[in-house]
Write a protein that binds this ligand. Structure first.
Ligand code: KG4
Ligand code: ZN
Length: 338
């Protein structure tokens, strides 16, 4: 079965065709990133207008190599309302015109399905623990099977990606912050750090996260260094390194603890922050103490795209009449599976 996935929840406009939930036939992503780089972050109105321009050409390009699709899938939330509407209304129109089933998809749940996509040819075993770390979300979930998702914890304030993005702004490193901080951190020679930052909630015996305090700690350090006229390139490198260490330490610790508590057979990382090399290294370095198999998608499948949307639809084939499908900006990760 070939499914056309459509994803417009944030600033990307993406369409992909995936066969039987695992084989990518096409995967097209148009981004308005360069526009957002100028403003240092996403302006929802700008993102949605660009998506209106891109959506048809992107779908056309994704459909070129495919002979015939059997169904469509579209992300209905969570995300920016103006952006979601572009994908949802386009998908509804196409489903009506082509008389094909349309499957509404939860963006957060869908991120996890990057772990089912070829060429890696992976088949994670249940029960599995999912860590979804993106620009807007940090969620730990337990999946007993494709349909049963239990939310274990999440961020109480800023998401991990949001923390990278906001800290990057404080260090004048640009947008998106994750790759910018990672690149700066890689330049730092570890021995001589003058900077130490907190690891928020790392020792708390729950699966919640909090990253806004870390951002405030970075702001305070930046101000102190500026007052002492020491806000040099060398300090920026150290701060970038320590920010990345702090965020990844917390993510790894909580994920390991949850995997032990719930005795899962596999652990799935997903979302843009899962593209972070340091996070991947730290998770893989813990493999010897893990009783579960670790899955992390290729970096290009971690960030927003529509291939995981089509994959999620295959494994959760629950079409709805187009009249009943609506964008929902505040959809939660457990909500679709009813
Ligand atoms: O999943 P995603 O593409 O979009 C959302 O659903 O939000 O995630 C985007 C987030 C941004 O905050 C970005 O800074 C972060 O993922 N990100 C990274 C890396 N690549 C993207 N964070 C850390 N390291 C990276 N290499
Ligand atoms: Zn995302």
């Amino acid at each position: 079965m070939k499914i056309l996935g459509i994803e417009t929840s944030c600033d990307e406009t993406a369409a992909a065709v995936v066969e039987n939930g695992t084989k990518i036939i096409s995967n097209v992503v148009a981004s308005s990133m360069t526009l957002h780089q100028k403003t240092g972050g996403i302006i929802p109105e700008v993102a949605a207008r660009e998506q209106v321009r891109y959506i048809i050409p992107v779908i056309k390009e994704a459909l070129l190599p495919a002979t015939k699709i059997d169904a469509l899938a579209v992300v209905v939330g969570p995300g920016l309302i103006g952006s979601l509407l572009v994908g949802v209304e386009t998908a509804k129109t196409l489903a009506y015109l082509w008389r094909k089933p349309l499957i509404p998809i939860n963006h957060l749940q869908a991120h996890l399905y990057a772990n089912w996509l070829a060429p890696e040819k992976m088949e994670p075993e249940f029960p599995t623990l999912g860590l979804v770390v993106s620009g807007g979300h940090t969620e730990l979930v337990l999946l007993k099977n494709h349909r049963q998702i239990k939310w274990l914890g999440g961020t109480r304030d800023d998401a991990a990606g949001e923390c990278f993005d906001k800290c990057s702004r404080l260090l004048n490193l640009g947008y998106p912050g994750g790759p910018a901080i990672a690149a700066e951190a890689a330049k730092f020679k570890v021995q001589s750090s003058k900077v130490k930052l907190p690891r928020p909630m790392i020792n708390k015996d729950d699966f919640d996260f909090s990253f806004s305090g870390l951002k405030t700690a970075v702001l305070n350090k930046v101000n102190q260094f500026k007052t002492k006229k020491q806000f040099t390139h060398s300090i920026i490198k150290q701060l970038a390194y320590e920010i990345q260490e702090a965020i990844t330490d917390v993510l790894v610790e909580k994920t390991l603890r949850a995997s032990q508590k719930y005795q899962v057979k596999s652990i799935l990382l997903a979302g843009g922050v899962a593209a972070n090399t340091r996070l991947r290294e730290k998770m893989f370095s813990k493999l010897s103490i893990l009783h579960s198999k670790l899955y992390i998608p290729a970096p290009r499948l971690c960030t927003d795209n529509a291939a995981y949307v089509a994959s999620c639809a295959y494994f959760n084939f629950l079409p709805k009449p187009w009249q009943k499908i609506q964008a929902n900006p505040s959809l939660e990760i457990e909500e679709m599976i009813k």
